[in-house]
Design a protein around this ligand. Structure first.
Ligand SMILES: NC(=O)C1=CN([C@@H]2O[C@H](COP(=O)(O)OP(=O)(O)OC[C@H]3O[C@@H](n4cnc5c(N)ncnc54)[C@H](OP(=O)(O)O)[C@@H]3O)[C@@H](O)[C@H]2O)C=CC1
Ligand SMILES: O=C(CO)[C@H](O)[C@H](O)COP(=O)(O)O
Length: 487
């Protein structure tokens, strides 16, 4: 174990250790060291540890360790170890290794994208061994990890009392407020990070549809579209993802000189958090349609063989392009904003339902507050979400908050024009269209679900409720006399 001394440190030990020094772990370790913490470093293979020390060892005080035993021995008590390795089995094996070396009162922090049910299981197991287990969502990618991410820690409140100030100090800050707060017990931090990623999927899909419409319906060049996103980023749509969309579109391929976007294969990858969000939404019975469409759109994009075989499917008679380009671009802007509100509204619905299911007591306003900076879905309009939950913590849907009600209503005609135009031109807009259908479904006085109930009762005697009296009923369908039976 070799160490570089921190002049401010009172011992030779580290206030925190990071194990797993790939993109996220190495940048978080640097962030911690830059904030004056002595950081013990560990990685399964020593190369990453040495690369970090060689390239950034002068940024603070690090303690280099090779074995897990050395790593744990390098930590001040109560020990605090942050795990930043691949989610799943790798995380389980690192937790076991650490737990075997740690003592009651020590803290294990899992900052990876772990499935929240794994976190619930791990927290219970560590708690039995007297260890504090903090499953925390961390968002911001490489740049956020280094300069200030959004941090969503779950786990015991006592653990947060001692760990919170450290995490808050390295998080992003907006208007002086840290983008880190205790989310709730056990799996809550990873649950909200999972939904954060689901919203990220929806947001990116919506941005992709906006780009596709400008490209295909308006035949705009990539540079022109990049300019539009740049302009949008100084309006209501101001957000990290819109900002980097302009940069991605403006990038030229070094080899061919073409826009890089045209050289990238159109098959979207996914590591699982979006899919988990949708599975959880199905279990909770929450219609997160925007997120689901985004996950399915990635799946469709990656179905290369099917897409190739289907290339000559009929399109039917397609409509021509909109004649007023500026107006249609403005329509797309409004459709993007409204659909984005739907994605966040659905995500917050899922968080409320998850919180109720697991008794987490997640505060949606506090969550919106820490998503204002550092994370991938940071956006100007999160301030409006904070306001909405401050004014009414029990808001039934974000779409009902006065600000969003008005904003969506103002863009509604544009939203409908975009979906209609896309449909008649044969351009797929699954997220725009499903968000609009969700909105219309939500506000509908009556839905065709009555027919679903009738059919269910017809074939399976599943019963239905009546509009005019309480109780459950089954009909002897087709009989002329006494057709209803109260159940
Ligand atoms: N990349 C991102 O933008 C974000 C990632 N995350 C999450 O943070 C975590 C780290 O992400 P990232 O930095 O991208 O790194 P990766 O997810 O690519 O994981 C690589 C790291 O995991 C270690 N590792 C893999 N398997 C094992 C194992 N069996 N035992 C011990 N260590 C193992 C690797 O060690 P070795 O070098 O020896 O192979 C390496 O340090 C992940 O859970 C990820 O989902 C969260 C937010 C954003
Ligand atoms: O957590 C993240 C961002 O918030 C990670 O970058 C994650 O990998 C993104 O998900 P996917 O790879 O499935 O697009």
């Amino acid at each position: 174990m070799a160490s570089q001394q921190n002049p401010e440190s009172t011992s030779n030990l580290a206030q925190i250790g990071v194990t797993g020094l790939a993109v996220m772990g190495s940048n978080l370790a640097r962030n911690l060291a830059r904030h004056g913490y002595t950081v013990a470093l560990h990685n399964r293979s020593i190369a990453k540890t040495d690369a970090l020390l060689e390239n950034h060892g002068d940024e603070g005080t690090f303690i280099r360790t090779e074995s897990m035993a050395d790593f744990v021995a390098a930590l001040e008590r109560p020990r605090r170890a942050l795990i930043m390795v691949k989610a799943g089995d790798a995380t389980d094996s690192v937790i076991e290794e650490l737990a075997d070396l740690m003592e009651p009162g020590d803290v294990i922090i899992d900052g990876g994208n772990s499935l929240y049910t794994d976190t619930i299981r791990r927290e219970a197991a560590m708690s039995k061994r007297g260890l504090n287990f903090v499953g925390t969502g961390i968002s911001g990618g490489e740049e956020g990890a280094l300069n200030g991410p959004s941090i969503m820690p779950g786990g015991p409140a006592e653990a947060y009392e001692s760990l919170g100030p450290l995490l808050e100090s390295i998080s992003a800050h907006v208007d002086g407020t840290p983008c880190c707060t205790h989310i709730g017990p056990n799996g809550s931090g990873h649950f909200v990070k999972m939904v954060h990623n689901g919203i990220e999927y929806a947001d990116m899909q919506l941005i992709g549809e906006a780009y596709d419409l400008m490209r295909k319906a308006l035949t705009m060049s990539t540079d022109e579209i990049a300019d539009v996103f740049r302009q949008w980023n100084s309006g209501d749509l101001e957000s990290y993802l819109v900002e980097i969309t302009a940069e991605v579109l403006a990038q030229k391929d070094a080899e061919t000189g073409k826009p890089l976007i045209d050289v990238i294969v159109d098959e979207a990858g996914q590591k699982g958090t979006g899919r988990w969000t949708v599975k959880s939404a199905l279990d909770l019975g929450i219609p997160t349609t925007g997120i689901a469409e985004a996950v399915f759109a990635r799946a469709l994009s990656s179905s290369r063989d099917q897409r190739t075989a289907a290339r000559d499917l009929a399109s039917g008679k397609l409509a021509g392009a909109p004649t007023d380009r500026d107006r249609f671009v403005a329509d797309i802007n409004a459709a993007l904003y409204a659909s984005k509100v739907v994605a966040y509204a659905q995500g917050f619905d899922q968080i409320r339902a998850g919180s109720a299911e697991y008794d987490w007591n997640v505060d949606p306003g506090a969550l919106a507050t820490i998503w204002r900076g550092g994370c991938i879905i940071r956006a100007k309009f999160l301030n409006r979400i904070v306001d909405a939950y401050r004014d009414d913590p029990d808001l039934p849907s974000l779409l009902l908050a006065p600000y969003f009600r008005e904003a969506v209503s103002a863009g509604l005609d544009s939203w409908r024009r975009v979906v209609a135009t896309a449909s008649t031109m044969g351009i797929p807009v699954p997220a725009f269209a499903s968000s609009l259908s969700y909105y219309d479904g939500l506000r509908a006085e009556r839905l065709p679900a009555a027919l679903t109930q009738g059919l269910r009762d017809f074939f399976g005697a599943h019963t239905y409720k009546r509009v005019d009296k309480p109780g459950s009923f089954h009909t002897l369908w087709g009989e002329q006399t006494r057709t209803e039976v109260e159940v």
